[in-house]
Design a binder for this molecule. Sequence first.
Ligand SMILES: O=P(O)(O)OC[C@H]1O[C@H](OP(=O)(O)OP(=O)(O)O)[C@H](O)[C@@H]1O
Ligand SMILES: Nc1ncnc2[nH]cnc12
Length: 170
Amino acid sequence: MDLKKFVRDIPDFPVKGIIFRDVTPLLKSPQAFKFAVDEMARILSDVSFDCIVSPEARGFIFGAALAYKLGKGFVPVRKPGKLPYETVSLEYQLEYGTAQLQIHADAIEPGQKVLIVDDVLATGGTAEAIGKLVQKLGGQVAAMCFLIELTYLNPRERLKGYDVRTVLKY
Ligand SMILES: O=P(O)(O)OC[C@H]1O[C@H](OP(=O)(O)OP(=O)(O)O)[C@H](O)[C@@H]1O
Ligand SMILES: Nc1ncnc2[nH]cnc12
């Protein structure tokens, strides 16, 4: 299946100069959504890990689907003020601005192997921040998996040392 047919390009969203890769057409198609999650599972078949960590909002969709498919637990990373228990925070740069992410302080056991999952890998800032949060809690990043990689933003430069796997490259 040509999954790129289900990713819509929106120029100048959310700010001028950004081409936004909109996955809502893919999510709306039962066949494309299933194929996308199955592909993520397929390219991870040799990776061993204990749980999946994903950021809100779009990361939850793919991270949770993949966790269910692979029989793993799911750990949410959220924007500030959303998680109810004690948190660990990190500020980071986005393709369009800066942001802060939080994870529950007890979300990962020391030594646990974590798979980081998100919809889009753009600058790599979000993934790098989540990697740091996981390590702060004593976890190990087994790999990172994204449906879409924006290669023209060179995210892998920022994620050197991590095993980065992506389904679609732009
Ligand atoms: O590689 P980066 O440059 O860090 O960009 C990638 C991140 O940006 C988007 O999330 P966004 O912060 O727009 O939040 P959303 O999922 O709530 O829309 C996307 O879902 C990734 O999490
Ligand atoms: N260009 C883009 N399209 C969709 N999601 C993004 N997250 C960061 N940059 C993005």
